[in-house]
Ligand binder design. Structure first.
Ligand code: ADP
Ligand code: MG
Length: 238
């Protein structure tokens, strides 16, 4: 696990400033939810942390080390997307170990991590199946497994539950949070769903048009929303 610090991070697309200068510190071991309406800059911010998006100004630090110019593959982070992006022609085991194999990791070590992740995710019986033979929930687990086997310092989630139906989604929230605790990871979880954010996170960061409206524990935010936007978005009494 690691601390992630954003200092004066700024990003425009063309003439549109999507992220005005922004500071944020995510503490080691924390599960932080970035929540806000569609278009508020959540994915952009996550991609900036991952190194998938260049910034116009500012710095990104991991455990105090400046990683601003560091390539995504070298940042020791793993991202899980809404679309899962599994390889359809590879089975579950191959999908989960692809990055490690590309890196030339020791086969015994790869297998040890694979078995651990399969067990953690309850996928032991599905290792040889292809994504097309799995349910949506199982595919989501494989995407999680692919991140877990890499043992990154930081997990980045971009609406990973959005493709699941409501019931499965609620159950998966708890599981994902339990996984975070079990892994002792630092997690940044993007969602437009305030209930998801409030039920899963240690701290919630509310974004509106690229600006942080409030940061706090779910309880703090619910009890004392700082402005109308926060109160309205969370649905707490003003
Ligand atoms: P969110 O994830 O909160 O829905 P995004 O970070 O995806 O928001 O987008 C924030 C804003 O930046 C939106 O207005 C979006 O249209 C714009 N945007 C995101 N990526 C690009 C891009 N590659 N080129 C131009 N505009 C973009
Ligand atoms: Mg998004």
């Amino acid at each position: 696990m690691a601390t992630v610090t954003l200092q004066g991070v700024r990003k425009s697309f063309g003439r549109t400033e999507v992220i005005p200068p922004l500071d944020l510190e995510i503490r080691s071991g924390e599960f932080v939810a970035l929540v806000g309406p569609s278009g508020s800059g959540k994915s952009t911010l996550l991609r900036i942390i991952a190194g998938l998006e260049e910034i116009d100004a500012g710095r990104v630090l991991v455990d105090g080390d400046d990683v601003t110019g560091v390539a995504p593959g070298e940042r020791d982070m793993a991202m899980v997307f809404q679309s899962y992006a599994l390889y359809p022609h590879m089975n579950v085991a191959e999908n989960m170990t692809f990055a490690l194999r590309m890196r030339g990791a020791d086969p015994a070590e790869i297998d040890r991590r694979l078995q651990g992740a399969l067990k953690m995710l309850g996928l032991q019986d599905y290792a040889q199946r292809r994504p097309g033979q799995l349910s949506g929930g199982q595919r989501q687990r494989v995407a999680m497994g692919r991140a877990i086997v890499r043992q990154p310092r930081v997990f980045l989630f971009d609406e990973p539950l959005s493709n699941l139906d409501a019931k499965l989604r609620a159950a998966t929230r708890l599981e994902l949070r339990a996984l975070h605790d079990q892994l002792g990871a630092t997690s940044v979880f993007v969602t437009h769903d305030q209930i998801e954010a409030m039920t899963m996170a240690d701290r919630v960061v509310l974004l509106d048009r690229g600006r942080i409206q409030q940061i706090g524990t779910p309880r703090e935010i619910y009890r004392a929303p700082r402005n109308r936007f926060v109160a309205g978005f969370i649905g707490s009494p003003e």
